[in-house]
Design a protein around this ligand. Structure first.
Ligand code: HPA
Length: 278
């Protein structure tokens, strides 16, 4: 019989619990090009994914993946450096496992970051968007299959997946950090090919403001586990799909992720202490 998600979670947790140390109340997932934020963590304990029992391990060359647990802006944090993307071939349930594990490590809030293209023509590369809601266009869901009631209910509510109270805390933090924040809807797609221009116009018509290849799977798992979420997108390229559309390059994505990443770092400087006090 295949191992249940709960059994897998308990095995994974047991294998790192001692090394992970004191509970980390804030979990942060670092998106593509945002990995440098892990360097800011003080007194960091780094646990490569390969050392977590039962955790999916990449066979891709150059894959860097680790939990980085320590202190950031005076708060205990557990970061995931190196995200698991569906397009790499991870099963949606593998990605959910990571979220549940962060919760077991003490997380009471999950901050997800990602790189995204802008469907909204007003956005510029280098901007940061606070995710107000999402649309799951991946065609996948991490909760498909038997449900572990000990983790969450069969049909979790998603009507306030990005809770209004936390949106306010995040917006206030950005304001105090002097970062002009966009607010919008994130369209999650499977990738790894980028969208056609027609697809981008379609996603825009659906009401989305940014498009990316992550986040929705984690946020569904977090809703399942009743773990509140804040989402921040680094806008890395224009993805409007109109006549002005330019070809996308990974160089552009990484360069703009770095610019937006500095803004996200500034937001975290205000956000983490605010969450601690909340
Ligand atoms: N589309 C999908 N994912 C992305 C993009 C994009 O334009 N930019 C960064 N991640």
């Amino acid at each position: 019989m295949t191992e249940t998600q709960l059994a897998r979670l308990e095995r994974a947790h047991a294998s790192i619990r001692e090394r992970a140390g004191a509970p980390a109340a804030i979990a942060i997932m670092l998106g593509s090009g945002l990995g440098q934020l892990a360097d800011e963590v003080e007194d960091a304990v780094t646990i490569p994914y390969a050392e977590v029992e039962g955790f999916p391990v990449s066979t891709a060359p150059g894959h860097k993946g680790a939990f980085v647990i320590g202190t950031l802006h005076g708060c205990r944090v557990a970061m995931m450096q190196g995200r698991l993307h569906l397009y790499e071939g991870w099963a949606p349930r593998d990605i959910a496992l990571a979220v549940y594990l962060l919760q077991r490590l003490g997380a009471r809030t999950l901050i997800v970051t990602n790189a995204a293209g802008s469907l909204n023509p007003e956005y510029e590369p280098g901007d940061v968007m606070l995710i107000e809601d999402h649309m799951n266009f991946t065609g996948m869901n991490p909760l498909v299959g038997p449900n572990d009631e000990a983790i969450g209910i069969r049909f979790p509510d998603m009507s306030r997946a990005y809770h209004p109270d936390l949106l306010k805390v995040a917006a206030d933090a950005a304001g105090k950090a002097g970062v002009a924040l966009r607010r919008g809807i994130y369209a999650g797609v499977l990738g790894p090919s980028l969208e056609t221009s027609a697809e981008r116009r379609y996603y825009r018509a659906s009401g989305s403001d940014a498009v990316g290849m992550s986040t929705v799977t984690e946020v569904i798992a977090a809703a399942h586990a009743n773990l509140p979420v804040i989402g921040l997108s680094a806008i890395t390229n224009k993805a409007t799909g109109g006549p002005e559309q330019q070809p996308d390059t990974i160089e552009e994505v990484f360069a703009n992720a770095e610019i937006a990443g500095r803004k996200i770092e500034a937001i975290l400087g205000r956000l983490l202490p605010a969450l601690k006090g909340a």
